[in-house]
Ligand binder design. Structure first.
Ligand code: IFM
Length: 701
């Protein structure tokens, strides 16, 4: 068998006993059903008699948790049948659900339907037990083995949907069959949908529409570099990962199982970085939603529930529940949107706070800074509160987070720049003065000689020092000291050298080293994890982009590329058995060399790794950075690359960029031509006349 994934569709092809089957699965745009388009070919030299069965197992309860644990209830609420229109009808709580013709009947009592087109129906099953048979499983279902459906009508227990057809195929002959599986009552929604969509022609048209839709979203940047893996990561899979992540946040996947019903604040704000170029409008809408999840004290609701969210009327969390980093991610995400679109006025937009009152987006930013400044500890660093980015860190409410201090520094610098743009000199000077104070606090307590400390506990214990037996070096405070530009040149060089010596593995950068084993769980909950995974000295892929950015900021394109490739899924295409997850998608974490299974990755798809990986590769390695005034071209590439090219769509124009590297350097633009004309620096100004532009850039010593 072969399984191929495309953009929002999958094709599974199997050869068995000289019968070739190829099934294409997809959900058409804006619809609540999926197609299974099955093509069967007789590859043998003789006529073949075939029976074909569709199969789907349904949950009884739509509440996934209740479906599994509350069997005294969920096993008595389902019914299944074949309707007069030859559609399978799977109904939940059917007594309570008068069919109004709408897609959803009530929140719990939702129905499903299944139909088969282009072939006569010979039989059906809606009882899982009847289909599988007693003491059997998916590997040997009785109905398939016997070649006969039982026409079972589920009445309680577990339902399934199976439609059967049969027929003969001459040598070389191909037949196509279509299955539609949807949400809604078969009598109304199913009947209507089947009438409109139940043909091969319509299925073809819908697949084309779907592909066009997704491919259009992937057009914001196309690159051609000497690294073919990086090319298809940037051109297709990395961005697709970001878009899927943005759409689902962390709500539904194999590992999240549909139990989360809201957007985790910090992760959803960071997701914007991966999609701002591809879908700026949805990115803005999401940003607005998240800004209305900010409270009037500047902190954030831990989760924003998009369907129930009621800005201005939400209850503020208990003081112990605030995380220290949440709103500081706005200083990454908001500029990403504004720089992409040039929509500076967005900062003047009025938006409500979650609990009460409203303010401009700019004032929301000020509140975010005040929140952390007002909650600073005895050393002048922001308090860790219930957690900083690291969910497993419990410094005590008044313990201090150096990571958040670096975030805050970047926030203050960004705020000062925005204030300047908006003509608010008072705000700018305030931010720069606060930044100066913060810098002094950082320098007074956070440098340990060869690297920055991890954090300071409420009781004054300093974590992440040369004297620490465990968790001696912490990745985030090193890379963020560089990203926030808090570190001096000497500190930057030293701490990034420490990162390389102590945290780099062939599979990426470890979050800390050595792992925590004896450290108190009251401070570092990471001790619950086996050493070498997740927050306990694992490779936390979310952070890998930060390592890439920091290396680029120091001009080390070779190192940045090494770090990027170590955690780039496509680099493992030929070693999928090592990574053990899909080689085209990011995973949250990879086992490090502190474990016996270095390189194995876990928790694929819905991870912040996608956004930072895409952002760091496109804006730091390739160096194509949107700014309010235009596109800055400032690559930091491996010295072995002679050149690369890219086409960047930016504010309705296309820029065909070629970067030449005749001297084999990593960084440093020495010359730029725009449409053949010498440019003053390395900024391609926004708003040039015309739709297409050629940009040639030379790097040099
Ligand atoms: O930053 C968090 C994220 O919000 C959820 N997963 C774990 C990360 C690191 O602790």
């Amino acid at each position: 068998s072969t399984c191929r994934h495309g953009t929002a569709y999958s094709v599974i092809e199997s050869h068995y006993s000289e019968i070739l089957t190829e099934t294409t699965y997809f959900v058409p745009l804006e619809q609540k059903f999926e197609y299974w388009r099955l093509k069967i070919t007789n590859e043998s030299q003789r006529r073949r008699e075939l029976s074909i069965f569709s199969f789907c197992e349904f949950t009884n309860q739509w509440d996934t948790f209740q479906d599994r644990v509350n069997l005294q209830y969920s096993l008595f609420i389902v019914r299944g049948e074949l309707t007069g229109e030859n559609l399978l009808r799977i109904a939940i709580q059917d007594n309570l659900t008068p069919d109004t013709g709408g897609d959803f009947i009530s929140d719990i009592a939702r129905h499903c339907w299944m139909g088969m087109a282009e072939a006569p129906i010979d039989g059906f099953d809606t009882s899982r037990e009847a289909f599988l048979g007693l003491y059997r499983g998916y590997h040997n279902p009785l109905v398939v083995e016997s070649g006969r459906s039982t026409n079972s009508k589920a009445y309680g227990d577990n339902a399934c949907g199976s439609l059967a057809t049969s027929g003969s195929l001459q040598p070389g002959e191909t037949r196509e069959i279509l299955i539609l599986l949807g949400i809604g009552d078969a009598h109304t929604v199913g009947k209507r949908t089947f009438a409109e969509f139940g043909s091969l022609e319509q299925a073809d048209a819908e697949l084309e529409k779907l592909k066009t839709h997704w491919h259009a979203q992937l057009e914001s940047l196309r690159v051609d570099t000497p690294d073919a893996d990086l090319n298809h990561t940037i051109n297709v899979w990395g961005l697709y990962n970001c878009l899927v992540n943005f759409a689902w946040s962390r709500s539904a996947s194999l590992v999240y199982n549909g139990e989360r019903d809201g957007l985790g604040f910090r992760d959803s704000v960071q997701d914007i970085l991966g999609v701002a170029a591809a879908i700026p409008e949805p990115a803005r809408e999401r940003l607005e939603l998240m800004l209305t999840g900010q409270l009037s004290n500047g902190g954030a609701m831990p989760i924003v529930r998009p369907f129930e969210h009621n800005p201005g009327h939400e209850e503020a969390p208990h003081p112990d529940e605030y995380r220290s980093d949440d709103c500081l991610w706005f200083f990454n995400a908001l500029p990403a949107y504004v720089n992409e679109t040039g929509d500076l006025d967005f900062y003047n937009k009025m938006l409500p706070y979650a609990d009460r009152g409203e303010a401009t987006v700019f004032d929301h930013l000020r509140r975010a800074l005040d929140f952390n400044l007002e909650r600073s500890g005895v050393n002048g660093l922001p308090c860790g509160l219930s957690a900083d980015w690291n969910d497993t860190l419990r410094l005590g409410y008044h313990g201090e987070s150096l990571f958040v201090a670096f975030q805050l520094r970047l926030g203050l610098a960004t705020y000062a720049e925005i204030a300047e743009r908006l003509g608010k000199p008072g705000q700018k000077s305030w931010a720069l003065a606060e930044q100066k104070k913060l810098d002094a606090s950082i320098q007074a307590c956070a440098w340990d000689g060869e690297w920055f400390i991890w954090a300071i506990g409420e009781d004054g214990t300093v974590y992440g020092t040369q004297d620490s037996e465990e968790g001696q070096v912490y990745l985030n405070t090193q890379v963020w000291s560089v990203i926030s530009e808090a570190a001096t040149a000497d500190q930057s060089a030293r701490c990034m050298r420490t990162v390389h010596e102590r945290l780099a593995t062939p599979y990426g950068l470890m979050l800390c080293a050595p792992p925590v084993i004896k450290t108190s769980i009251d401070v570092m909950r990471a001790v619950v994890f086996n050493p070498g995974i997740k927050e306990n000295a694992g490779i936390f892929n979310h952070t890998q982009g930060w390592g890439v950015m920091a290396a680029c900021m120091l001009g080390d394109g070779d190192r940045a590329y090494e770090y990027y490739r170590a955690s780039m899924p496509a680099a493992y295409n030929d070693r999928a058995e090592l990574r053990q997850i899909e080689p085209y998608v990011q995973g949250q974490t990879t086992y490090s060399t502190y474990s016996p299974r270095g390189g194995n990755s876990r928790t694929s798809w819905l991870t912040g790794a996608a956004a930072w990986s895409y952002f760091s590769a496109t804006q730091y390695i390739l160096g194509i950075k949107p700014e309010v005034d235009g596109l800055r071209i400032d690559p930091c590439i491996p010295s072995s690359w002679n050149s690369f090219s890219a086409v960047r769509r930016f504010r309705n124009q296309s820029f065909h960029i070629t970067v030449h590297n005749p001297h084999g350097v990593c960084k440093g633009v020495v010359r730029m031509l725009i449409d053949g004309e010498q440019a003053a620096g390395n900024l391609v100004p926004a708003g040039l006349p015309g739709k297409e532009h050629q940009v040639d850039v030379w790097l040099g010593p």
